[in-house]
Design a protein around this ligand. Structure first.
Ligand code: TXE
Length: 479
């Protein structure tokens, strides 16, 4: 049995309580490793290590920090296969996806912020009597709490800018997908990262995550996860005046106008709905199709969905893998039942899958498409976060904008039209932090990333992330 350790003060150490949680392989539904059931005492140990390391790490030049981060990026690329296999076993996603997206993006996160920091400048504001200049200093010890859907991808998306700006980090990956963060720690050691700069404390959100949020010496929290959890974190952090970055859930509209490139729109809409088993906050799960092309779109879209073969995620023939946990699997199945109660018609999928062999007891669900629901029913208002998409017809721009903007969420949106003035007009009116026009999941890491309404507070990415993890100080000098 593979036993994971915490990584504190540059060492792999057991949880002080000696307690562990079972870690399951989603594809088999079986326990395959153990993860520390840490608590506030382990977090305290990590904070002490981080505080001791801060003068060293923040005292390094940006070039020295950058060199270590670029070494980590190179090591991740060198060990891609090992990390991709570990990610697939731990999260349930297909191996082709871990290889093509998750691990390369984790390396890219280190490379991007390890180089961006070299270009992070600040401002001066001069008059004929005074010179103002702005210093951007690291905050000190910060907390990074990440989710289970893109484990290493989002773990590194948070810790890389924090580290690049000279902060020391207390990081907590999801207890459902701890493995690749555990493996990353060894690469950080190899890359020469000083002890205590990055500390990884594994365990339950309500214990370890809460302890990180509550700790008086952790002055900023960067969180990605569910909206309810984000709310809990904000309640704790707000009266402590901590900086907060919250990247939460989504219920993203995918709007298909009748003047779209239908071939592209159907193919990409299937990708947008079912990639990573639909477990991406950017997935387009509400597909609005203009009435005049509804039947044509439906026919072609369903043919693409039919190619999302569900199976053993370690098999390269599998386009879709297992859902991350039994609880999440049951939650998604309950939404499919709810859709039937709300008057929906299941056009394809709708059932659990039990592949032959080792995966017979795994947590698999067919890619599911449902039509005939109103835009304001629960299935079309609540985040399902699984392989479930709905088709909703519309007549005109005004109607579809009202329906698209009708949820509490506002993270991402997709628009399909060859009429660019319409594309710009609709994009401007969509209540979301990200809008893709005639494409999906194109990610330029320099752009601001995040949502509005219940999809979060603040932005990650590019200089936004470096600004979040630094405190600007204005100094005014009399000339
Ligand atoms: O997320 P949680 P879950 C959505 C998706 C999913 C729902 C819940 O709808 O079904 O959120 O998923 C830690 N204080 N997204 O339960 O609970 C937890 O240990 C501090 C969208 O996995 O939010 C984990 O490390 N931390 C999202 C992290 O928070 C706490 C991706 C996320 O767990 C905590 C994932 C607490 N009180 C889920 N409770 C996206 N936007 O990509 C838990 N945690």
């Amino acid at each position: 049995m593979n036993t994971i350790s915490n990584f504190i003060g540059g060492e792999f150490i057991k949880p002080l309580s000696g307690k562990y949680l079972d870690n399951y392989e989603p594809a088999t539904g079986k326990i395959y490793s153990r993860v520390p059931d840490s608590d506030s005492h382990d977090v305290e140990l990590a904070v002490q290590a981080a505080r001791n390391a801060f003068p060293i790490w923040s005292g390094m030049s940006v070039e020295e920090r950058s060199a270590i981060m670029l070494r980590i990026a190179d090591l991740l690329t060198l060990h891609l296969e090992r990390f991709a296999t570990a990610e697939t076993i731990d999260q349930g996603k297909p191996l082709w996806l871990s290889r093509a997206m998750d691990i390369p993006r984790a390396a890219q996160n280190f490379h991007f912020f390890g180089t961006e920091i070299l270009h992070f400048a600040s401002e001066t504001h001069a008059t004929n009597q005074h010179l103002n200049y702005t210093l951007r200093n690291p905050i000190g010890v910060v907390g990074c709490i990440s989710p289970w859907n893109l484990p290493l991808y989002l773990f590194t998306w948070k810790i890389a800018p924090a580290l690049a700006t000279g902060n020391c980090v207390i990081a907590k990956p999801s207890e459902l997908t701890p493995m690749t963060a555990f493996l990353l720690a060894e690469l950080c050691q190899k890359a020469g990262m000083p002890a205590g700069v990055l500390n990884i404390v594994h365990g339950l959100g309500a214990k370890v995550g809460a302890a990180i949020t509550e700790h008086p010496d952790i002055h900023a929290i960067s969180f990605t996860g569910g909206t309810t959890t984000g709310e809990n974190i904000a309640r704790t952090a707000a009266p402590m005046f901590k900086k907060l970055s919250l990247e939460l859930g989504g219920k993203n509209p995918n709007i298909v106008f009748d003047d779209c490139n239908l071939t592209e729109a159907t193919l990409q809409s299937a990708r947008a709905a079912f990639t990573n088993q639909g477990e991406i906050c950017l997935c387009g799960s509400r597909i609005f199709v203009q009435q005049s092309i509804y039947e044509a779109f439906k026919k072609e879209f369903l043919s693409h969905v039919g190619k999302f073969t569900v199976g053993d995620p370690l098999e390269l023939t599998s386009k879709q893998g297992a859902l991350v946990s039994k609880a999440h699997y049951e939650k998604v199945l309950s939404y499919i039942e709810m859709a039937k109660q709300e008057g929906g018609t299941v056009l394809c999928g709708g059932k659990a899958v039990h592949p032959e062999g080792r995966c017979a007891a795994g947590w698999f669900i067919e890619p599911t498409v449902i039509e005939g629901l109103t835009h304001d029913c629960r299935v079309n208002q609540e985040e399902i976060f699984g392989p479930v998409a709905t088709l909703i017809p519309f007549e005109n721009e005004e109607e579809v904008l009202a329906m698209a903007n009708s949820t509490n969420y506002g993270l991402a949106a997709v628009v399909w039209t060859e009429n660019l003035s319409k594309a710009h007009r609709v994009a401007a009116k969509l209540q979301s932090g990200i809008v893709w026009i005639n494409c999906w999941m194109v990610r330029d890491l320099r752009t601001p990333f995040g949502g509005v309404k219940h999809s979060g507070v603040g932005r990650e990415g590019g200089f936004e992330a470096l600004k979040f993890f630094t405190e600007p100080k204005n100094i005014c000098l009399k000339l």
